[in-house]
Design a binder for this molecule. Structure first.
Ligand code: ADP
Ligand code: MG
Length: 236
């Protein structure tokens, strides 16, 4: 189980303290999907970065299977079983797509294995394996490659920050299938930050952030009804 307890994140902005996340608590079990949604600027990506250890909270704790991981670095968290994809993935000049996949796998991969992982996100491996993972790739291409690296890793909990961003409809459908398969295997917990109804509908639990605070949290069907009433979702 992954738990966040009373997490607050403050920044100093022109000499003033600004609260980006205010007393956020959540938990997710292995085999479940938690979708976090809410307006732009509500603190969703900040929460994802706090979970992965890219930034440190002002207050609060993160527990992974009961162990306090709040002070662990990104690398230590990755080793403990946490995975993460950025809303805007970084580029890697001089590193090929194949190399990125192999770094994620921790071993050499056959072309067939690379092809299997990339096809899960709608990419034809042969066209991409020897390309550099730099700015020559479009945002949607890099996004899908980054998601593929997380499919290779067997993290116990993986955070996907807006996996739909910049992805075409066809690839998005494949991604939904991939998430469904991951869920069916039941061996990892997925935290998906999204506004897309198709992803939101896959959730076991939904949490809505607004202005750094949790405004809704609970079982998916209940929260989904409330979201429909608030017209907060849209479909692709
Ligand atoms: P979301 O992912 O929900 O769109 P973010 O977590 O990216 O929102 O950002 C939440 C708010 O915090 C935004 O208003 C953003 O501008 C602000 N913010 C986040 N990090 C910083 C920072 N390092 N410095 C200043 N403002 C920040
Ligand atoms: Mg964001």
């Amino acid at each position: 189980m992954l738990e966040i307890k009373n997490m607050t994140y403050e920044i100093q902005d022109n000499g003033q303290t600004r609260t980006i996340l205010d007393d956020v608590s959540l938990q997710i079990e292995k085999g479940k999907i938690l979708v976090i949604t809410g307006p732009n600027g509500s603190g969703k990506s900040t929460l994802a970065k706090l979970l992965m250890g890219i930034i440190q909270p002002t207050k609060g704790q993160i527990l992974l299977n009961g162990q306090d991981i709040t002070a662990l670095s990104v690398t230590e968290r990755a080793r403990s079983g946490m995975g993460y994809t950025f809303q805007q993935p970084p580029r890697f000049k001089g590193i090929t797509v194949r190399k990125l996949l192999e770094i994620a796998a921790g071993e050499k991969l056959t072309e067939e294995a690379c092809c299997n992982y990339l096809s899960e996100v709608g990419i034809c491996a042969k066209d991409y394996l020897n390309r550099e993972a730099d700015t020559s790739l479009s945002g949607g291409e890099m996004k899908r490659i980054e998601i593929a690296t997380q499919l290779i890793k067997h993290s116990e909990f993986t955070i996907f920050d807006e996996p739909e961003a910049g992805i075409d409809l066809w690839s998005f459908s494949m991604l939904v299938e991939t998430f469904n398969r991951l869920k069916a295997r039941g061996d990892r917990g997925l935290i998906i930050i999204s506004h897309q109804e198709r992803l939101i509908k896959m959730a076991d639990d939904i949490m809505v952030l607004s202005d750094g605070k949790i405004t809704k949290k609970g079982k998916a069907d209940v929260v989904l009804n409330q979201l429909h009433c608030d017209k907060m979702t849209y479909s692709i």
